[in-house]
Design a protein around this ligand. Structure first.
Ligand SMILES: [Fe+2]
Ligand SMILES: [Fe+2]
Length: 259
């Protein structure tokens, strides 16, 4: 059994609130009797891609559990690379391979610099194809990216979803080792099928965005800062993906003023 924790949309913004929430989630994960084998943060690590925001993220996410981050539309490839990955500040897509025991994670960069919406470029397509070719036949595979590839009934992010989902959908449908696709961006838990496999969209640690049915007036943003942060625990065993949601209590603490 492999246990993977997924956080998303931490939106570090130099204020204390979002950092406290991430620290609470990390404290929960590190104190577990059976700790996750890896932790994944599916984008919008920072609110505006500043170096100082990544430094805040690095401090709050520090753990001895293997941890990976992938970029979202609020991130900056150069600053993320430099501060969080310890690499030169290139603006090339950040596609990353993670090998766990019997499980490969394909972390795709769906961001388009300067834009809210997502797209997977040709290099990323080639990168995923090569990765699958080099992946052991007995490995399960999870694909992760920031932008959901299908509408999630959100008036806030649906117009900024993945613009070119077709080739990814074909790969997911055709590749039996791919058990599912993990995403973020919508700031609420959502699941559906994509390429016939589970698509699991993680809640945000920082805020909750309600569905289209919560919008009373056109243009209203149904953003709720009160709910506790939550983390997904993905279990991969016997070629099956099982996902559980775990809210992490803040003890009634609501630091809305620091936003
Ligand atoms: Fe976000
Ligand atoms: Fe986003």
């Amino acid at each position: 059994m492999t246990l993977l924790a997924q956080l998303s949309d931490t939106h570090f913004n130099l204020h204390a609130r979002n950092s406290e929430r991430v620290e609470q989630v990390m404290a929960y994960l590190t104190a577990l009797p059976r700790r996750p084998d890896a932790i994944l943060v599916t984008g919008d690590i920072t609110d505006s891609g500043k170096t100082e925001e990544y430094e805040q993220a690095l401090a709050a996410l520090r753990t001895d559990i293997p941890l990976w981050v992938l970029p979202g539309n609020h991130d900056d490839r150069g600053a993320l690379r430099e501060v969080m990955l310890g690499q030169a500040a290139s603006s090339e897509p950040i596609n990353q391979k993670v090998r766990l025991d019997g499980l490969t994670l394909a972390l795709l960069d769906s961001t388009v610099p300067g834009e809210g919406g997502g797209e997977l470029d040709d290099d990323t397509f080639a990168w995923l194809t090569d990765l699958l070719r080099a992946t052991p036949a007995d490995h399960s595979v999870l694909v992760a990216l920031h932008h959901p590839p299908v509408p999630m009934y959100s008036t806030v992010v649906d117009h900024m979803r993945l613009a070119n989902p077709r080739w990814l959908e074909q790969i997911v449908a055709a590749e039996h080792r791919i058990l599912g696709v993990l995403a973020g961006h919508t700031h609420t838990l959502g699941t559906t099928l994509f390429g016939g496999k589970p698509l699991v969209v993680a809640p945000s640690v920082s805020s909750l965005i309600g569905g289209a049915w919560e919008v009373g007036t056109p243009g209203e943003l149904p953003i709720d800062y009160a709910p506790d942060p939550a983390v997904l625990l993905h279990v991969v065993e016997d070629g099956r993906l099982t996902t559980l949601l775990r809210p992490v209590p803040m003890g009634g603490r609501i630091s809305v003023v620091s936003q």
